[in-house]
Design a protein around this ligand. Structure first.
Ligand SMILES: CC(=O)CC(=O)SCCNC(=O)CCNC(=O)[C@H](O)C(C)(C)COP(=O)(O)OP(=O)(O)OC[C@H]1O[C@@H](n2cnc3c(N)ncnc32)[C@H](O)[C@@H]1OP(=O)(O)O
Ligand SMILES: NC(=O)C1=CN([C@@H]2O[C@H](COP(=O)(O)OP(=O)(O)OC[C@H]3O[C@@H](n4cnc5c(N)ncnc54)[C@H](OP(=O)(O)O)[C@@H]3O)[C@@H](O)[C@H]2O)C=CC1
Length: 291
């Protein structure tokens, strides 16, 4: 199927990145959020990130101007109904995602493909609540979207081949690489990555190392571009905890129990970079470890 228009639901750090790469690749993009502040912040962030790409000669001024003209922010979710493809990228809470698909349902064109950028939640379960499980997929980008090469494609039990091929074609047009994952909790990347981050939280909780020593150890000792606690702050501690809970519930194995210290940070509202405090405090000029 030829996709020309895309609706992105949720204008947080992932939604703005997805809208950014889709608009640069030539798709007409409607970006939706419940909050006007989030939409304004997303548009400002997209402009800043594209300007950085222009300054590094990765795209031209004309590419940027054309891409920005293809982007329309809106608080009106039903206005996304007529697009060819929806990518839901709202908060990692299953009830939020169900509500979005329920609200969209009466407004969707018959041909519209539904996808979710969920990090962990069952695609089969999300799809089963819609009127089109055969045209529903997991379309999982990595953060930061404009820089990361991988997209995981996750087929639910009912997803048809045409839908998979259409999504694969989009990944190729974006110049990214697809990895196919079966639909089990947290798929491939997060099944491996988030338990490692959770283990770094236990390492901190048990006093084996402090924030700086744990991050430095993994950067210098394992050549990771970011330490696990810095990466947790970058992803969002609420999202990390939500993924651990999906793994714990979905695989029913105590090895996935979320670290109580991670839970405490989320309860404090210290969610990482997006709230300016997490394992580091970002309110000053340079990040300062909070432990
Ligand atoms: C949770 C999930 O479901 C799945 C996931 O995504 S897991 C997370 C996967 N991502 C990772 O593991 C990322 C690990 N980190 C890295 O690879 C690197 O540190 C990085 C690619 C993020 C940055 O590399 P770098 O060489 O420092 O990039 P650099 O060009 O100096 O840019 C640094 C900054 O720009 C951002 N950035 C740069 N270009 C960008 C662009 N075009 N668009 C968006 N952000 C951009 C970086 O994130 C960083 O942010 P701020 O300065 O605004 O705080
Ligand atoms: N962070 C990461 O590294 C990655 C995250 N993901 C997944 O992407 C999705 C989004 O994550 P991320 O961007 O980090 O989260 P953010 O918290 O940055 O953004 C989520 C956005 O969704 C908005 N939102 C909440 N409810 C609705 C709704 N009903 N309709 C429209 N918008 C809504 C939020 O608004 P408000 O703030 O007002 O609630 C917020 O602006 C999640 O499913 C996550 O698991 C996937 C890959 C990587």
């Amino acid at each position: 199927m030829d996709i020309k228009s895309v609706g992105v639901v949720g204008a947080g750090q992932m939604g703005n990145g997805i809208a950014h790469v889709m608009a640069l690749a030539g798709y007409e993009v409607k970006l939706n959020d419940i909050s006007q502040d989030a939409l304004d912040a997303a548009m400002a962030r997209i402009e800043k990130n594209m300007a950085r790409q222009v300054s590094r000669d990765q795209i031209s001024e004309d590419d940027m101007t054309a891409a920005l003209a293809r982007l329309s922010p809106t608080q009106d979710l039903p206005a996304l109904g007529g697009v060819d493809l929806i990518i839901e990228s709202a908060t990692e809470r299953e009830e939020v995602k169900h509500k979005i698909f329920d609200t969209l349902a009466p407004h969707l064109a018959p041909h519209t493909i539904l996808t979710s950028n969920t990090s962990s939640i069952s695609i089969t379960r999300l799809a089963s609540r819609t009127d089109r499980p055969e045209r529903f997929m997991g379309f999982h980008f990595m953060n930061p979207v404009p820089l990361m090469q991988l997209v995981e494609l996750i087929r639910g039990i009912a997803t048809d081949e045409a839908t998979y091929k259409t999504c694969l074609g989009i990944v190729e047009r974006l110049g990214k690489t697809a990895a196919s994952s079966e639909d089990f909790p947290a798929f491939i990347v997060n099944r491996i990555l988030i338990p490692m981050i959770n283990e770094a939280c236990y390492t901190l909780y048990e006093g084996v190392g402090n924030v700086a020593s744990i991050d430095n150890a993994m950067k210098l000792g394992a050549n990771h571009p970011m330490g696990p606690l810095e990466l947790a702050d970058f992803i969002g501690l609420d999202t990390c905890l939500a993924i651990m809970n999906v793994l714990h519930d979905g695989l029913a194995d105590t090895k996935y129990r979320p670290c109580p210290l991670l839970t405490k940070y989320v309860e404090a509202g210290w969610l990482g970079r997006k709230t300016e405090r997490g394992f580091y405090d970002y309110r000053g000029e340079t990040p300062v470890p909070t432990r």
